[in-house]
Design a protein around this ligand. Structure first.
Ligand code: GL4
Ligand code: PLP
Length: 825
């Protein structure tokens, strides 16, 4: 496949000898070492440099072609891009993986060792950031003119260590020794303003002119990361902004002898892009976070305008034809008043013309219904940091309220609901409402989620703007999440149905007809076993735990959150343990529960759940009465590169969120694509996965979203389950003893408290019995080897819908109205 891709007319022509020469050249001339002295890190850097030579050639051609064709482009604004490692991905997409592997082998180096040297680029928390990374991969693959805009965090998501069972956060330093992929572009530096005050003046013809006198100016320096499409034709870019002191304001201080004070201002400016907020789905509400959002939004808009003006000068009439901006959640929503400010205050357009442009440029994706994730900023904070923007937000709202009054005359309750401003003890700016009002399209991320966005989050907006709210179901790139991470299965699929599937995932359907074929089943399950052996080795190395590769590998990997219900799995594991202690002949197939999850550092209960999983694991893994059949492995520091090892080895995929809470999920798609069978609730994209694979090939359990709401409305009382179900009571009471934490009774009690005293907000107890029953069905299904193999194959075969190429196609056709642009070699 790779050799073939390398021969396509648009791919770079480089063979093994040339690749080898390039690596050696970089060892000598860039790194000042040689083949005998180089360590793995140096080999990695030299290999990246050899690859980057090809990549930059592709980038240059792409940018030139886009410029000459003056293409309409999408600008994907996202505070997070969870890219992971790039070398293997770039080699694969360029069709050079085999070439590089053989070249390195001839130099006495294993490519797998080289790949392991690369730190993950973890500039995101979880699903939302990884989605952005999959989308820019698909955009480049589909030859769409596109650019990703984000923040060049010095420290990405923290590195997780587990000490005595508890999570410890360590700083992530992905570019400590330099990152070979990024290119600094100081020539495209932007400046942004902060703080200060607004002066109202009168211009010609009595025109009111607003002048913002900023209190501080910060520089944004762009770093470009090339984004290589599959088969290496289009190479787009991800442009990340790094903050620096502008040097303007501190000269006065400096000249007055305030050297130290001048440096302090430098430090403050540099703090903006210092660190990613580690909260997934919770809003920190911190001033620095708002500054981060404005910083990257403003730099990116100015960058877009600079490029537009190069082609069109001051003629704004074509701006909305050339530019579409996708807001990845509300994090970049401040872009809306920022563009208005630039158009009205700077370009001197009148308000209506400026607003007409704005509302043709922006589209917004909503990624969650969780109230704690819906961003609201105190008006006072915006006023302090961005005084002119608050005025603009008020003006947008004022005009919008008139529209609401036209639609619902005199209805003040409606106004209160739809207003961008929430009145209360503290006036708040609702960024979700601002985003809906300022965008021409709004989408949710799975059918069910989008339905809930329309019916529960924004029903009045749906009435006011018919057709604006829509759905685009998420997707994942099959290049990284099957071809690259699961070479064994990829080769098997290539042999069976040809090599086109990475670009046309519906082709996987062709596997379905072999699902009952015994030989294919054996081949498919042999690959799974090999992947399980690799993961078992990882578990041994990382945790010193031996696991049986013939056991069911039951995998739950995602951020730790109560709504994702890792504690439902934990309670089930404890119940299983009890059953086995009470009945030594308890009949079950051996199972290994494998977890990976980071908790937000300030999220106490999430950290307690990690601690509890590890304590229960310690006990069970060391109890010879059960540990032949039951093991638990919590792999620390879950991240993209670890996901790439865990996903190909999973038999069972745990997707057990409370119905209505998981907007989509994308881990669910990755696991199913690699032949894991889902045990899950009717939530997010699980619903669509079930539609694709059919009821016989998935284990659905638990309350539906309607039932969840009914129970809540009727007054859900978890004690009902505690008193009626003896197993639930026994397990919860167990948490209070020192059985799992010898000498420390009560160390795990917060979990019991959350499930009883605090009302079990995510209905763990209500779903426990249904989950347990479903797990028993999983056990029975796995023991029937042929049935299981068939299910696993069907899962892979039916994942065509979930390629991010399909998501991007939906956006392109329904939202962005883009055309591909061929890049000639
Ligand atoms: C999330 C959702 O929780 C998740 O279900 C979804 O798959 C993802 C991408 O759309 O977005 N929303 C937030 S906030 N973080 C997520 O991971
Ligand atoms: N974290 C990483 C490293 C991932 O690769 C993914 C997704 O696919 C996620 C988080 C999101 O997982 P989930 O969709 O299960 O929340």
């Amino acid at each position: 496949m790779n050799a073939k891709a390398a021969k396509t007319p648009t791919s770079p022509k480089i063979d093994k000898a040339e690749f080898k020469a390039a690596v050696i050249n970089h060892l000598h001339c860039s790194l000042g070492t040689d083949e005998n002295k180089a360590n793995s890190h140096a080999w990695w850097k030299a290999t990246c440099a050899a690859m980057q030579q090809q990549v930059l050639e592709g980038l240059r051609k792409t940018q030139k072609t886009h410029y000459l064709n003056d293409t309409r482009a999408v600008h994907y604004f996202s505070a997070e891009f969870l890219m992971g490692r790039l070398l293997s991905n770039n080699l694969q997409n360029f069709g050079l993986f085999e070439v590089a592997s053989e070249a390195l082998k001839e130099l006495g180096v294993e490519i797998s060792d080289v790949l392991e040297e690369e730190p993950d680029m973890a500039l995101g928390n979880g699903g939302l950031g990884r989605l952005a990374a999959c989308f820019i991969d698909s955009l480049a693959t589909m030859e769409m003119p596109a650019i990703g805009y984000g923040i060049h965090y010095e420290h990405g998501l923290f590195r997780q260590e587990i000490k005595s069972g508890a999570q410890i956060e360590r700083p992530d330093s992905w570019r400590d020794y330099g990152n070979p992929w990024e290119i600094c572009r100081p020539e495209s530096t932007q400046e942004i303003s902060l703080y200060g005050y607004v002066e109202t003046k009168y211009g010609e013809n009595g025109r009111v002119v607003k002048e913002w006198h900023p209190g501080s100016i910060v520089k944004g320096v762009p770093w470009d990361i090339p984004v290589v499409g599959y088969e290496g034709k289009t190479v787009n870019v991800l442009r990340l902004w790094q903050s620096e002191a502008s040097g303007y304001f501190n000269w006065d201080v400096f000249n007055a002898g305030g050297y130290v004070d001048a440096q302090r201002e430098n430090v403050q400016a540099e703090t903006i892009s210092k660190v990613l907020y580690p909260n997934d789905e919770t809003e920190a509400g911190k001033e620095l976070r708002l500054i981060q959002q404005y910083f990257f939004s403003s730099c990116s808009l100015k960058d877009i305008i600079r490029r537009y003006k190069r082609a069109h000068g001051d003629d704004w009439s074509r701006f909305a034809d050339q530019v579409v901006i996708q807001l990845n959640d509300t994090h970049p929503a401040i872009s809306i008043p920022e563009l208005m400010r630039i158009l009205v205050d700077r370009a001197e357009l009148n308000w209506d013309d400026a607003w007409a442009i704005c509302t043709k440029v922006f589209a917004y994706t909503n990624h969650t219904l969780l109230p704690e994730a819906l961003e609201k900023w105190p008006a006072r904070m915006i006023e302090k940091i961005l005084p002119r923007h608050l005025e603009i937000i008020y003006e947008i709202n004022h005009r919008f309220m008139a529209e609401v009054d036209k639609q619902w005359p005199g209805d003040n309750a409606m106004k209160e609901k739809l207003s961008i401003i929430e009145e209360g003890s503290e006036k708040m700016v609702r960024m979700g409402n601002l985003s809906v009002i300022g965008s021409f399209a709004v989408n949710g991320v799975a059918e069910m989620h989008s339905r809930l966005v329309k019916t529960t989050l924004f029903p009045e907006f749906d009435e006011l703007y018919p057709g604006k709210l829509t759905n685009v179901t998420n997707g994942i790139t099959p290049r990284r999440w099957l071809k690259a991470c699961n070479p064994g299965l990829s080769k098997l699929i290539d042999k069976k149905i040809g090599e086109d599937w990475p670009k046309d995932l519906d082709k996987l359907q062709g596997l379905a007809k072999f699902a009952k074929n015994k030989t294919f089943q054996k081949q498919f399950m042999k690959v799974k076993l090999e992947n399980k052996e690799l993961l078992a080795e990882e578990i041994r190395k990382s945790l010193d735990i031996e696991v049986d590769v013939n056991a069911i590998f039951d995998v739950q990997i995602k951020r730790l959150h109560e709504y994702k219900r890792q504690h439902l799995a934990l309670i089930y594991i404890m119940a299983l343990y009890r059953r086995m202690l009470e009945n030594p002949d308890y009949d079950m197939h051996p199972r290994v529960f494998i977890f990976g999850a980071k908790a937000a550092p300030g999220y106490k209960l999430a950290k307690d759940i990690i601690f509890a999983i590890n304590k229960v694991a310690d006990k069970i893994n060391n109890d010879p009465r059960v540990n032949e059949k039951l093991k638990i492995a919590f792999l620390p520091n879950y991240r993209v590169s670890l996901a790439e090892k865990m996903i190909p080895a999973a038999d069972v995929s745990e997707q057990i969120s409370t119905a209505g809470k998981e907007a989509s999920g994308t881990g669910n798609m990755k696991l199913a694509l690699n032949g894991a069978v889902t045990i899950g609730t009717l939530d997010g994209a699980n619903v669509e996965i079930a539609e694709e694979v059919g009821d016989d090939n998935i284990f659905i359990f638990g309350l539906t979203v309607e039932e969840v709401n009914e129970r809540k409305a009727a007054g859900y009382n978890p004690y009902d389950y505690y008193y009626k179900d003896a197993e639930i009571k026994a397990v919860l009471d167990w948490l209070e003893t020192d059985y799992f934490t010898p000498g420390k009774p009560g160390a795990l009690v917060s979990i019991k408290q959350s499930l009883l005293d605090h009302g079990d907000p995510y209905m763990v107890l209500a779903d426990f019995r249904a989950y347990s029953d479903a797990q028993i069905k999983v056990d029975a299904a796995y023991r029937d080897k042929e049935r299981w193999a068939e299910m696993a194959i069907i899962n892979t075969a039916k994942m065509g819908k979930f390629t991010s190429d399909r998501s991007i196609k939906d956006y392109v056709e329904r939202v962005w109205k883009l055309s591909p642009c061929k890049i000639e070699s």
